[in-house]
Design a protein around this ligand. Structure first.
Ligand code: B12
Length: 426
């Protein structure tokens, strides 16, 4: 027995990975995997295709729960997309995530159809058509109808499904990389560079982009350079929430391990301090921690899969509002520049959403509305003024002058502060 322990320790030492570190990493992966699986249970609203994709890219599975979720996607998400298509809305990102989710479950994509104007066509045909519309919109106004993140998702989903991506469509993405058009609010969108990287890497590997092979390579090198240049001293690429996608892109591009080791460590540290409690955040980080990218969906065969992931019954957690109150000043800046200032005392640890609800309840003139999205509640109307996607405007959130990296549902009030909600163009 003793000799076995010594041999195991020696082997671990020789491979440079101490046993307990490796053990605790796989425990961490398992716990993130379980959290993601558990998120399916309390899910109100639409089933999340990004969560499905991440569950399917994991090493451990609960095949019954995954197949139940697949059915929900095929019903509820399908119906939602159907009504958007009927209303001629651009839903290229959702169509792409739905495609990736189905493909990750090895589902026959040709059997999925939508009917518009009494004509039934497959999911992939609709995705192709929406990408054409997005491309035409870029040609006309230099930006997609949605955004370049969704445009990249569209290219990626078509490509991993074995569809030859129209050269004009991929060229628009290549040009956007060249002209650095990937912005999130005022700063560079590392998430978008990452998604574009995976999409263009897939196009390169498909070998269909022969005419502009050199331009494609230049775009890929530029993306890689952008991702690496975004590395912070703590190892994150961009911020906590873009690191998962950025590492996925580096993996897809075949980067050497040394280029993403620090970022892996940063993500594990985040996971240990429960920074990823939003299922959407876990869904983008978990594949990277499994050393996989969305590109691996292409070769997924769904054979001989593990089926050992079980959820222990969760202890009911009752969170009582804290007795300690934090003074929050809320400043609203409308599109005309008019400013209104309010104050509210919010329990320490409450979400910004809860604080805003308290403020609304004080009947001092502050009102707001939210829309649901895959990331949670998105603030859409404040004091009766809507910041609309169609006008390229949104309500930007900041605390004491620093942009929030989370939305109203996730950001917690831990200290007294001034929250600014500003109607901003993008
Ligand atoms: C594009 C984008 C935007 C655009 C969306 C409009 C558009 N048409 O382009 C704009 C610039 C408006 C935006 C705003 C914000 N964003 Co943003 N956004 C993205 C990005 C790059 C892609 C989203 C997307 O299209 N997904 C694909 C589609 C299929 O999914 P979807 O859920 O249907 O998409 C919609 C929602 O995601 C929503 N949305 C966009 N951002 C956010 C942020 C939050 C918190 C919520 C709830 C919803 C939301 O807009 C999308 C389009 O309609 C993601 C990157 C990522 N990794 O996901 C960041 C991302 C989601 N955004 C983020 C943040 C922090 C914000 C802001 C809170 C920034 C701020 N300080 O104000 C605000 C939202 C404030 C509010 N009003 O509630 C973070 C969220 C992290 C987190 N833990 O919650 C991300 C992950 C970027 C990052 N790495 O930091 N965003």
């Amino acid at each position: 027995m003793l000799s076995l322990v010594i041999i195991t320790s020696l082997l671990a030492f020789a491979s440079g990975k101490p046993c307990d570190a490796e053990g605790s990493n796989s425990e961490l992966l398992l716990s993130l995997n379980k959290n993601l699986l558990r998120s399916l249970e309390g899910q109100d609203g639409l089933p999340n295709p990004s969560v499905h994709l991440a569950l399917r890219l994991s090493d451990n599975h609960n095949l019954a729960k995954e197949s139940e979720h697949l059915n929900k996607l095929k019903n509820n998400l399908h119906n939602d997309i159907q009504s958007s298509l009927t209303n001629s809305q651009s839903v290229v990102g959702l169509l792409a995530l739905y495609t990736l989710a189905l493909k990750s479950s090895c589902y026959d994509l040709n059997t999925i159809t939508f009917t518009v104007s009494e004509k039934s066509e497959t999911l992939l045909t609709h995705l192709k058509k929406q990408m054409e519309q997005e491309k035409d919109h870029i040609a006309f106004s230099h930006r997609p109808l949605t955004n370049y993140y969704q445009y990249s998702l569209g290219v990626l989903a078509l490509c991993v499904s074995g569809i030859r991506v129209n050269n004009h469509v991929s060229n628009k993405l290549i040009k956007a990389v060249e002209h650095e058009h990937f912005k999130h609010g005022g700063s560079e969108s590392i998430d978008t560079y990452a998604m574009a990287g995976m999409a263009l890497q897939c196009v390169k590997e498909a070998g269909s982009h022969v005419h502009n092979a050199a331009e494609l390579d230049t775009a890929l090198s530029k993306i890689k350079q952008k991702l690496l240049a975004s590395r912070r001293t703590d190892g994150h690429l961009g911020n906590e929430f873009s690191t998962g996608l950025a590492v996925q892109a580096l993996l897809a591009m075949g980067s050497p391990v040394a280029e993403y080791t620090e970022s892996m460590v940063a993500m594990r540290t985040d996971a240990k301090r429960n920074a990823y409690d939003n299922p959407m955040a876990i869904s983008q980080v978990l594949p990277a921690l499994h050393q996989k990218s969305y590109l691996t969906v292409k070769s997924k065969d769904c054979l001989n899969e593990d089926d050992t992931l079980v959820l222990e019954p969760a202890d009911p957690v009752v969170v009582l509002p804290s007795e300690t109150k934090m003074a929050v000043t809320v400043e609203v800046v409308t599109s005309s520049g008019a400013t209104a200032v309010y104050s509210v005392d919010a329990p320490k640890g409450s979400s910004l959403l809860e604080a805003l609800e308290l403020l609304k309840g004080k009947n001092v003139g502050f009102t707001f509305e939210k829309e649901s999205s895959l990331w949670g509640p998105f603030l859409s109307v404040v004091n009766g003024e809507q910041a609309r996607q169609s006008d390229r405007r949104y309500w930007h959130l900041s605390s004491d002058g620093t942009a929030l990296s989370q939305g109203v549902g996730d950001f917690k009030i831990e200290a007294a502060q001034k929250i600014t909600i500003k109607n901003t163009t993008y």
